[in-house]
Write a protein that binds this ligand. Structure first.
Ligand code: ADP
Ligand code: MG
Length: 400
């Protein structure tokens, strides 16, 4: 089995940059997907949350971009602005040193600036369907030279609401393109739909016993709706997350839970679709910098976001479908870390628990408040991709 990226066909220069970022050993999905993508095959890639799917498609893409040509050659479509921005940052780290230009194209941002940058010779565009369509209509982006197309969180991208735009975007790309779909979940119906845009795709599924990561300890806490807020606060005291995400069913719920937490003295802030783009970016920046400890969010934050130091995910409202549960709890336990997912349910929501348990084939422990903390300080300082420097630094700051 290949043990480093060069054995998979990734050039030295890229290897060195990865190593500088503490990334030396490819993950299972990377081992399987990278050679297949380099060989030009269409790919449907499925692996658990936090297992490095982004680099699985980004690295072979960087290998194939011609930096002497100034048109968009690769397009990555994502369901949210936050994810587009995150992937842009991850790609830029590598692309900058290779002389490849990357641009994120998402709503709420200065269109003129995007247009100017697109004219300046962007080779990789990363964006949400809505804004990409805007640019198509204004004829400020041309996709006919796109030969690498990625739908990240593909199952979400092919859902109603996104489907029409995504289909139109796909039609605009080169007929000779290579198409890549990635997600932790891929319902068979969606898989079938996707193959319409693909040529004999390689079906890469990293086989694991469980749908959800073993690294994530999952518990259910049954509590009447009227006592949820108090319970959330006492769970915060009990588990003392380093960073936590609290998922709510609606924007309104997110707003009220946030203000209640702030009133209780927590460093909390909200993320949902009613905020302006600068507000959304500021909240995410502050959360990534650990200046906010608790991010209260709608499902906008459920897909793809990779924030170092998220030790706990709380489902203040239980998700209404299994895949949403998988993605939400997957915001913790990333890149080999451990994490904990706590789902609060009102007694009448018990049927949803059974649905989720059946969906993930795990019986989820009913939580008794015990005073015992799941994450020890040692676990929380375990190093990650940057050698843990960022995490340690901010963690120590927090501990002062
Ligand atoms: P996924 O898309 O599968 O949920 P991501 O691509 O967001 O996961 O990666 C999760 C984290 O793992 C990121 O912080 C990323 O930098 C890190 N990572 C990716 N590949 C490796 C690797 N080979 N070794 C160590 N860390 C990695
Ligand atoms: Mg991802």
């Amino acid at each position: 089995m290949a043990t480093d990226f060069s054995a998979l066909g990734i050039r030295r220069e890229i290897n060195d940059i990865l190593r500088e970022n503490g990334i030396t050993k490819p993950t299972a999905i990377q081992v399987q997907a990278i050679p297949m993508i380099l060989a030009g095959r269409d790919v449907v890639g499925q692996s658990q949350t936090g297992t490095g799917k982004t680099l699985a498609f980004v690295l072979p893409m960087l290998e194939k971009i011609d930096s002497t040509k100034t048109h968009v050659q690769a397009l990555i479509i994502t369901p949210t602005r936050e994810l587009a921005l995150q992937i842009t940052n991850e790609v830029t780290k590598l692309a900058d040193k290779l002389g490849i230009n990357v641009l994120s194209v998402y709503g709420g941002q200065d269109v003129d600036r995007q247009i100017k940058k697109l004219r300046g010779g962007t080779q990789i565009a990363i964006g949400t369907p809505g804004r990409l369509m805007d640019h198509l209509r204004r004829k400020t982006i041309y996709l006919s030279g796109v030969t690498k197309l990625v739908l990240d969180e593909a199952d979400q991208m092919l859902h109603l609401g996104f489907l029409d735009d995504v289909e139109e975007l796909v039609r605009q790309t080169s007929p000779k393109r290579q198409t890549m779909l990635f997600s932790a979940t891929m319902p068979s119906k969606i898989r079938g739909l996707a193959t319409r845009y693909m040529r004999n795709p390689a079906d890469i599924r990293v086989q694991t016993q469980n749908v959800t990561l073993d690294e994530i300890k999952q518990v259910i806490v049954e509590i009447p709706e009227s006592e949820k807020l108090d319970k959330l606060c006492s769970l915060m005291e009990e588990y003392r997350p380093y960073l936590a995400i609290v998922f709510c069913h609606t924007k309104k719920r997110a707003v009220s839970v946030t203000s209640a937490l702030i009133q209780q003295g927590y460093d909390a802030d909200e993320l949902h679709g009613d905020l302006s783009q600068p507000q959304r970016e500021q909240v995410m920046r502050r959360f990534r910098d650990a200046k906010i400890q608790i991010l209260v969010a709608t499902d906008i934050a459920a897909r793809g976001l990779d924030v170092e130091g998220v030790t706990h995910v709380f489902n203040y409202d239980i998700p209404r479908d299994v895949d949403s549960y998988i993605h939400r709890i997957g915001r913790t336990g990333r890149a080999g870390e451990t994490g904990m997912a706590i789902t609060l349910i009102d007694p009448h929501e018990e049927p949803y628990v059974r649905m989720i348990e059946a969906g993930v084939s795990v019986s989820i422990e009913k939580h008794k408040v015990s005073g015992q903390r799941f994450l020890t300080k040692d676990k929380r300082t375990v190093s990650r991709t940057d050698g843990g420097q960022f995490f340690k630094k901010t963690f120590e700051k927090k501990e002062e």
